[in-house]
Design a protein around this ligand. Structure first.
Ligand code: G6P
Ligand code: MG
Length: 221
């Protein structure tokens, strides 16, 4: 077992693409409230907690709701979202993700999940990856959402490593900020401009090679 480094993966946008399902569920809510919610708006919700997402959505539509109504809509949105999730299977694992997990296994490097989603365990089970992770930190285990580093710091504890020994794969600005604040090596996956604060960047996980991981091990040692 290589105990010099460990990896923390964000889920949505790194291992699977659930943003499209969040979009459909949020859009239905916006439709019901009578305002437009676009894919561009949806970008603002990536990596953001469910509760905060609703607040952002309501500010887009300039709608004010009572706490009670907000709770009702949150339950309703999640119910609809879960209908999509329940239909997911391993074909929805993003390109390169499985290969990267295999590479890490071969190198004896442990990995955990660090996601804002309260549905993370269910999603991992749907796509058949639940048992591969050494630990799961999700939206149920944290009190502070990204960009706060809490989710990744708990991930480091699960890996029994210091933050400086952890590598984070993230697709959202808030997640890269959280990793950087935690003093971890941040790797942005997706749009380069959006993820400019990341220590390293890849368009997709398919570009991450075993050699790159080995270099990181050397760098941390
Ligand atoms: C991830 C997604 C966000 C989502 C959040 C909460 O971070 O990128 O778009 O709002 O999880 O997801 P949940 O499944 O708890 O509603
Ligand atoms: Mg994400």
């Amino acid at each position: 077992m290589n105990n010099k480094i460990g990896v923390i993966f964000d889920l949505d946008g790194v291992i699977v693409d659930t943003a499209k399902y969040h979009f459909l569920a949020w859009k239905n809510l916006a439709d019901a409230l009578g305002f437009e919610f676009t894919k561009k708006h949806n970008e603002l919700l990536k990596g953001v907690s469910r509760v905060r997402s609703l607040d952002i959505l309501l500010s887009i539509g300039n709608v004010k709701l009572s706490e009670e109504k907000k709770q009702e809509f949150l339950v309703c949105k999640n119910k609809e979202y879960l209908e999509f999730i329940k239909k997911m299977n391993s074909s929805e694992i993003l390109p390169g993700a499985l290969e990267l997990l295999n590479t890490l296994d071969a190198l004896g490097i442990k990995y955990v999940l660090g996601s804002a989603s309260k549905n993370a365990p269910l999603i991992l089970k749907q796509v058949g990856l639940f048992n591969r992770f050494a630990g799961i930190v999700d939206g149920n285990s944290v009190s502070k959402a990204k960009p706060d580093p809490e989710v990744f710091l708990i991930g480091a504890e699960k890996l029994n490593l210091q933050p400086e020994q952890c590598i984070v794969f993230e697709d959202a600005i808030a997640g890269i900020e959280a990793a950087n604040t935690a003093n971890m090596i941040s790797i942005g996956v997706g749009d380069k401009e959006t993820l400019e604060k990341a220590d390293f960047h890849f368009e997709s996980l398919t570009e991450v090679t075993a050699n790159f991981i080995k270099e990181l091990v050397k760098r941390v040692s």
